[in-house]
Design a binder for this molecule. Sequence first.
Ligand code: FPP
Length: 240
Amino acid sequence: MAEQNNITKIPTHVAIIMDGNGRWAKMRGKERPEGHIAGVESVRKVIKAAVAEGVRYLTLYTFSTENWGRPQEEVDAIMELFCRSVIAETPELIKEGVQIRIMGDRVAFSEKVNAYIDRIEGDTAAGEVLTVVLAMNYSSRYELTATMKALAGKIADGALKAEDITAEVISENLYSKDYPDPDLIIRSGGEYRLSNFLLWQAAYSELYFTPTLWPDFDKESFHEALEAYAGRQRRFGLVK
Ligand code: FPP
């Protein structure tokens, strides 16, 4: 692990907003789904780079709850791409020790997509080098709303007292409960916003924005983001 990095401070958890696929395709006179196909290549490169750099968790914003509002053929193309990638990538992921987990509400997915989710989570469950969390049908407000409902249910059942709710209790009831908060959030594609991604978990994350469109994002781009992170001073609200 960490064979190629020469950075002293490696983030444990990197989360990425993979933006710019549509623009990348349009700039080449192609349809938007072509950009997502090219985006999968970047996913493959970044997973390999994360393993090489020694990152332990990589969360990828793959499909937001708002993305259902895109044209049906684009939604179908992304779902199909996920299913095809599961088949194509699983052997290499297992070889690299990568575990894939899906984070988000699975109810909205077709039976087929849910079957592929079960398949990739099951086939890669033993991976211990890197956990890749695909945020699918995920958005932060949706997650927080579900968490508040769950906590309210526990209070109604007498399993929890309102005064016992702490920040830790909330974290333990989020979809992301199995993962540490992201140390670094990267957004490609030139926009400067979080777009409903990990709002609670991002409280002390370092943010890195790059104009590079996602299909052009590669291992060097990832390394540059990690270098920028290594130069940041994290104070968590304290003084040095
Ligand atoms: C944002 O770019 C990208 C998405 C909403 C989809 C991301 C999905 C992939 C990279 C493929 C996922 C597949 C697997 C297997 C992980 P955009 O379309 O919003 O780009 P734009 O801002 O240029 O329109």
